[in-house]
Design a protein around this ligand. Structure first.
Ligand code: ADP
Length: 540
């Protein structure tokens, strides 16, 4: 017997319709590439998203055709999120920090038909457009009068001219909720990138889940600033969860430096922000010397790479901001776990609470996880045993676009490539990425643990731990360190700092001082490149 409830497909267009109807006057504020601040409402955004849909119809784009973007977090990008997916086309957000050749490769692989780009990326598009064989239309995300002459890009049109001639009325089509809505390529640290192809259903379910109290806890009383880019994994789903909850949206545009982010957080009374640790490092680096405080920020989600304890402590103790540690990946839309305490933890001493907060957190309903040994056997949830982390759920990939890489699943589970422990309360902690873990004399050393201790030292700005070949132990850890400007620190002093904080054999064998640690396209430390840079390094 079937239930007798209405059967309505979960479609992305429903989100913007809902926001327009129920949160019409809620603001969306953006710092533009031009440098000024743009503000309008969900009602305005919805009308312009419909203009985008009409403009795509006028171009003759078919259902499931791909529309690519090279764009910062901003209102026009937001309109494309809805105009493109809502009308049944697939939004392909491209990460502009990738190598230009890779961008062209990705655009060809996705068979993009249209490319919409912010003017910051004009030189990039000029460099790659001749290699992009499927793109028929180029749209510059700017006013008509800001279009530079003679760009050399065939048929380039300004976004405002493009949608300006279209009506803001449009009937969103209704179709199968499993239809593709958007896509994102993994950054491809090994081999060519592969694309996760999200659906309307997966995106809507993820948007519901992301808004839950123990996840991002978004509400109509919040103002959220996603520092996480809309060009990588849909800014952790915030552009979908915010309309669903009526949350004010604040977009930082291209200005990702500490000063600009701080000014926007304050001016727009932001209560909630989300980003990778490297961004928050810059923000705190700007605030501390100037003695600045937050007046409205209450919570921040930090994920994408391990959040060092020193950062959680700084936000909490110095600024009264709660840090929520999150874990996920492109293949998971991206949210998998988020760390919030349970009722029974409320009265624990601060230090014990901190131990929990450092973990990557508990599964969100919709993501099932397990840890397994190399033979695929389930490992216990005792908080000590570590194994390969596998996940499954309605917003986890089942295959990559065009079947690249074959079947990624093992018995229906997606292997994440992360090594983790899970404790009896279900808190998962990433030990390492499987390719970063250091194997020393048959024991495993977590590079994250080694880094966390180093960055707790007041003179250390950034630290990356890698394994170096060792004749007796196979591999031994060393730590590459960037000092804070003007700070003094010797090798001996840092090694001494490790004493008592970890087992002796987990203390790195050496400290290498470097000017910078290479950062990849998604703001994470690029250990592959660091290993290359240190390839002539010899252990003392
Ligand atoms: P990439 O940037 O490498 O293309 P993703 O953006 O999908 O890929 O990143 C996913 C990976 O990032 C995870 O598999 C994990 O290794 C790492 N990661 C994400 N969040 C965290 C976290 N909170 N702590 C540690 N590692 C994390």
């Amino acid at each position: 017997m079937l239930g007798l409830m209405q059967d309505q497909p979960l479609l992305i267009s429903n989100l913007i319709d809902f926001a327009e109807r129920h949160h019409a006057d809620v603001e969306i504020v953006s710092r533009r590439v031009e440098g000024d601040i743009h503000r309008y409402t969900y009602k305005d955004a919805a009308g312009r998203a419909r203009q985008v849909a009409n403009a795509l119809d006028a171009m003759g784009l078919q259902f499931s055709d791909r529309v690519a973007t090279l764009a910062w977090n901003g209102y026009r990008h937001f309109e494309l999120y809805y105009g493109v997916s809502g009308s049944g086309r697939v939004l392909h957000t491209i990460n502009p920090r990738l190598h230009p050749d890779l961008i062209a490769w990705i655009a060809n692989h996705a068979e993009d038909q249209v490319l919409c780009f912010d003017m910051s990326f004009l030189p990039l598009v000029q460099a790659v457009h001749s290699k992009c064989s499927t793109i028929r239309h180029y749209v510059a995300l700017c006013d008509a009068d800001k279009m530079p002459p003679d760009t050399g890009i065939p048929g380039l049109i300004s976004y405002e001219a493009w949608i300006g001639r279209q009506a803001n009325t449009y009937q969103w089509p209704v179709f199968d909720e499993n239809s593709a809505s958007s896509m994102c390529y993994t950054s491809g640290t090994t081999g060519n990138p592969k694309a996760a192809l999200y659906s309307h259903r997966s995106t809507t379910l993820h948007a519901y889940a992301a808004a839950l109290p123990d996840v991002m806890s978004l509400s109509a009383r919040d103002a959220v600033l996603p520092v996480v880019p809309m060009f990588h994994v849909n800014a952790w789903g915030i552009p979908y969860s915010a309309p669903l909850t009526g949350t004010k949206l604040v977009f930082p545009g291209p200005a990702m430096d500490g000063k600009s982010i701080y000014e926007l957080l304050e001016a727009e009374k932001v209560t909630y922000a989300a980003g990778v640790p490297t961004v928050w490092q810059m923000l705190l680096g700007h605030m501390k010397p100037a003695g600045l405080k937050f007046s409205t920020l209450k919570r921040t989600v930090i994920g994408g790479s391990a959040c060092p304890p020193a950062m959680i402590a700084a936000f909490n103790d110095d600024y009264g901001v709660e840090v929520l540690h999150a874990w996920g990946m492109t293949e998971m839309s991206p949210l998998g776990t988020l760390c919030t305490l349970k009722n029974k933890h409320q009265d624990l001493p601060e230090a014990d609470q901190m131990k929990i907060r450092l973990k990557q957190g508990r599964s969100i309903f919709g993501v099932d996880m397990k840890i397994v040994d190399p033979d695929g056997n389930d490992l216990p949830w005792d908080g000590k045993t570590f194994g390969d982390l596998h996940v499954k759920g309605p917003w986890v990939v089942r295959a990559y676009f065009k079947g690249e890489g074959g079947d990624p699943l093992i018995n229906g589970w997606f292997p994440t490539g992360d090594v983790a422990t899970i404790d009896p309360d279900g808190y998962m902690q990433i030990t390492d990425r499987s390719k970063d873990v250091i194997k020393s004399g048959g024991e495993w050393i977590s590079s994250i643990d080694v880094e966390n201790i180093a960055v707790a030292h007041p003179a250390v700005a950034m630290a990356a731990c890698i394994g170096v070949a060792h004749p007796k132990w196979d591999e031994r850890p060393i730590i590459a360190v960037v000092k804070k400007p003007g700070a003094e620190l010797s090798r001996e002093e840092l090694l001494k700092f490790y004493e008592g904080k970890t087992a002796k054999w987990q203390i790195p064998d050496d400290v290498v001082f470097v000017d910078a640690i290479p950062i990849g396209a998604t703001g994470k430390m690029l250990k592959t490149r660091l290993r290359e840079q240190l390839k002539d390094y010899k252990l003392p």
